[in-house]
Design a binder for this molecule. Structure first.
Ligand code: NAD
Length: 445
């Protein structure tokens, strides 16, 4: 019997440097074309031509520094043992410790967490807070767990990722389906394992445990701030604007409240339960109270119910996606009536949809600027924890507004100067800062 022939790759010379780099890319880093990591890689490809000599470091952006997958076993209330898959990814730490939220959702995957961590690197650099990018998550539907099960899962996950997080290493925060209580359990678990209270290990904590005033509203407030700035540039009057919001949680709920307070009419809201509509504008405070009581916008009596797909056809001036990734695609981008989209969510718009919206003259305020208010106040919380000296809510909101306005103005100006989209401009600012840090630090060893 003859020996099998040698693998083709061993006998053929590499055709180009690019081909040999491609061949060395591990499988988990390959673009999942329709997934968040694939979208992120396409966004990087679009910015590389604008990075000048720093482009030689661009491969840094295409690989997370560190990715940890953990098994999270817990005893359920019925006595059985359940195993959940958890992740913590540190995409880049050239500019400082990793920073980014923790998501509990049944669709969480390693590739999604990689993309979310990478967007954190770009975002933190774009608003110039001294952090790298990280993100974590557990693949679970937390709504199926009792409070005790949720606590046990959170604590075991924290212990498992405890080998790579810490106040100077990587600082988690809330994201989809995680909140102040979960941050309190994470802080306590990490502190117990360390033998010392370490408030700075997470942000988004309750105020009584070293949390910051203003953190709960910060992301929605940032969405509102950049929305007002952009509206001014395009001559859109917020006081008469019609607004639609997808996702009515921490980000979407606060953004809707602030737009309504400024006089805007919030005409449609969609969440995981369904879509509601009211031509004369929803009563946002009543809707927030309804969601706090029942967990979804559905069942709110002062509104009509719409089929979910019709949400995208609603006549509006401003659309705020504030739920999950890949909601605006080539399938619905052509139907959107808004003049402006403010990305409260991370990664809600695919590159193909970006192109359609650009051709239709719809302004997209990209996630890496628009939802940076949360991490900005997380930075304030971290600083306050280190100094054990706490600021007033007014001080926090003023500093937040200043940082958001300055970052937005810089991105707006760059987009105008280079004739690129706001997303590409924000990526130019963010990627340049990340790669400058990479270059100055050099490679170790
Ligand atoms: P949350 O858990 O408070 O709220 C999520 C909302 O999305 C809920 O209203 C939920 O019903 C809705 N939703 C879930 N699946 C949906 C679906 N399939 N269709 C429509 N709606 C759906 O989460 P959050 O903290 O408000 O985060 C929302 C988005 O904002 C995420 O993309 C997150 O990464 C991003 N973000 C959050 C923060 C923060 O500080 N919390 C900061 C920056 C970015």
């Amino acid at each position: 019997m003859s020996q099998p022939s040698s693998p083709a790759a061993a006998t053929l010379p590499a055709t180009s440097a690019a081909a040999s780099v491609a061949a060395s890319i591990p499988s988990y880093l390959q673009a999942d074309n329709l997934g968040p990591w694939g979208i992120y890689l396409q966004q990087v490809d679009r910015v590389v031509p604008y990075l000048g000599p720093l482009a030689r470091w661009a491969e840094t952006l295409r690989r997370p520094k560190r990715a940890l997958i953990v098994d999270v076993p817990i005893q359920l209330d019925n006595g059985t043992v359940a195993h959940f898959e958890g992740y913590r990814v540190q995409h880049n730490t050239s500019r400082g410790p990793g920073k980014g939220g923790v998501r509990f959702h049944q669709d969480v995957t390693l590739s999604e967490v990689m993309a979310l961590s990478a967007w954190m690197s770009i975002k933190n650099a774009a608003v110039n807070v001294p952090f790298g990018g990280a993100k974590g998550g557990i693949r679970v539907n937390p709504k199926t767990l009792s409070l005790g099960e949720l606590e046990r899962m959170t604590r075991r996950y924290t212990s498992e990722i405890g080998i790579i997080i810490g106040p100077t290493k990587d600082i988690p925060a809330p994201d989809v389906n995680t909140n102040e209580q979960i941050m309190a359990w994470m802080m306590d678990t990490y502190s117990m394992n360390e033998g010392a209270t370490a408030t700075g290990v997470v942000t988004g904590k309750p105020v009584d445990l070293g949390g910051s005033l203003g953190r709960r509203d910060a992301t929605g407030r940032g969405v509102f701030t950049v929305g007002v700035e952009a509206a001014r540039h395009i001559g859109l009057d917020i006081a008469t604007a019609r607004v639609t919001v997808q996702g009515f949680g921490n980000v979407g709920g606060v953004a809707a409240r602030l737009f309504a307070q400024a006089g805007a009419r919030v005409v449609a809201v969609q969440d995981h339960g369904g879509t509601i509509y009211r031509e004369s504008g929803l009563d946002v405070p009543s809707l927030l109270a309804h969601v706090a009581a029942v967990g979804t916008v559905t069942g709110f009596t002062q509104a009509e119910v719409l089929p979910n797909d019709q949400f995208w056809d609603v006549d509006c001036d401003i659309l705020i996606p504030a739920a999950l990734e890949q909601q605006i695609t080539e399938l619905n981008a052509g139907r959107i009536k808004a003049r402006m989209i403010i990305e409260g969510a991370n990664g809600p718009t695919t590159p193909a949809a970006d192109d359609i919206l650009h051709d239709r003259n719809v302004l997209v305020l990209p996630d890496v600027i628009a939802n940076a208010g949360g991490v900005t106040v997380s930075y304030f919380e971290w600083v306050q924890d280190f100094s054990s000296f706490f600021w007033t809510e007014d001080e926090i909101n003023q500093r937040l507004t200043r940082i958001m306005k300055e970052a937005f103005a810089a991105v707006w100006q760059l987009a105008a100067d280079r004739k690129v989209s706001l997303r590409t401009a924000a990526f130019i600012v963010g990627c340049t800062r990340v790669l400058q840090a990479r270059e100055m630090r050099g490679l170790y060893p």
